[in-house]
Design a binder for this molecule. Sequence first.
Ligand code: FAD
Length: 533
Amino acid sequence: MLIDATTLDSGATIGGDVCIIGAGAAGITLGIELAALGFDVVILESGGHDEDAATQDLAAGSSIGQPATTLDSPVRLDQMRLRYLGGTTNHWAGFCRPLSPVDFEVRDHLAVSGWPFGPDELAPYMRRAAEWVRITDDDFSLDRWEVKLGMQAPAIRSDRLEPFVYQLTFPTKFGRVYRPEIDATPNLRVYLNANTVNMATADGRQVSHLDVRTLGGVSLRAEATAYVLAAGGIENPRLLLASTDNDPAGLGNANDLVGRYFTEHLQVYAGFGLLEADPADVAGLNGAEVTIETGRHAGETHGAKFALGLTDHHVRDAETTGLELQLLQSAFPEGAPLQESGATMSDVGELLGRTGTTPGTAVYLQGLAEQELDPESRVILGSATDALGMRRVELDWQYSAADRRRALDGYRIVAEEFGASGLGRVQLVPGGIHADAIDNLVPGEFVSIYSSSPDEIDENNFPVGMGFHHMCTTRMAASPSDGVVDPDCRMHEVENLWVAGSSVFATGGTATPTYTLVALAARLADHLTAVLR
Ligand SMILES: Cc1cc2nc3c(=O)[nH]c(=O)nc-3n(C[C@H](O)[C@H](O)[C@H](O)COP(=O)(O)OP(=O)(O)OC[C@H]3O[C@@H](n4cnc5c(N)ncnc54)[C@H](O)[C@@H]3O)c2cc1C
């Protein structure tokens, strides 16, 4: 059931068994699962049915660290997440794949790493999450998808680089897709235009109630047995830091970890490749549509395609971080940075032509690289306030020269493996295509990396974009000295408060996060069921 909070009397108390803050992918999954089990569930959602400028402005803030950009232009904090029913799934791209086993492991070469459990713990929930995000299922094995798509994965099989499968939901906007179910469920009450501005507590150990406000001035009080923060990877720490009833440092922040370890996927245009294979053999890079055969979305379609990633074996052996790469065939993506004025698409064609063979299939290489967790990369509160009087976010995103170097090492491996497999040749141009690349091309050379001349690359300055995946800001860890939530996603310091979303990720890996965060929300539904019963 959907209720517009602006129609309620100021001063009213609302509540249920569980009160969830935020109706995005995590909140909607958790809310519907708990309601189906008979619990009385309330979701407080900041926005309404559609985007609204005044509500969206509540997400504004400033970026004070590494620039938050797409690959070529700055992105404001209020552009990178959405505040209305369905949250940021209203503009996600729908790429789904699970984390790799290595992402869960402690890697001694990194300052901070490791989840408190392995992938087996999440396996049953990945099955449930597949249904929530509307993909075929949780089986991502290569053989199976080669048959299903009738297409080959790129013929690269080495210790260092391997193909993998992406399933793409034709973006499941959680608000639109699940609205009929919300409408039809009386014990799930989703309050729209209901902003949580404070998690009230007397002692810092228990949340007593939530202070909720609409932009029009209605004040409400929400009470529940269990509270779940599911407001996204930036707003989750913001609300904890802003809830200062018991401690000026915020709720659950005695160890000063809330908001730290803000982690992203470093997005890099790596260059381009010329595939010498028969175009039909690399059609799997573009993928195709498939139909979901079973479950509540049977008959609906989604996409699937192949991409490439460093193997877990290599990440362990070379003591590095993960990297994945999409090969965007033929078409160059909108906004692909042609960094220096004058480089045009036909220049690129010429560049490819001059590499020595008749151009076969041109691919643009676009990668996501894992970054090492850094406590100085963080969400903090600034002095500016929003229309509800809440302090706005200052995002201090940091990544290191070592992160860049590891990404570059990964791209070099991609280039070498392309050549070794006979698949084609790669020109690495980290950050985008340079106008002078044409003049500096070394014909017939298999790999050359340059910024302005073939031997010269400024490893510290190639452009890096943000994946908009906002992870680890309320990191999960077995010990309160290492993280904000415990392995059940409960706040270490607050007994009746849990957190859902990618803020609980213990490391970021390279996989896009939503499929995994939905699995964690399904797991939290089971955990809360046990707690509440
Ligand atoms: C351009 C773009 C492309 C993306 N593509 C992909 C992709 O291909 N694959 C992938 O896995 N991920 C992708 N993502 C990331 C994906 O959108 C997020 O991982 C996902 O939406 C997070 O779900 P969530 O429920 O944790 O948060 P959100 O979806 O952000 O939902 C949070 C909800 O909380 C509400 N809220 C916030 N503060 C309050 C408050 N104080 N009171 C009440 N409610 C509040 C918000 O209004 C919102 O509805 C993309 C993101 C962007 C920006």
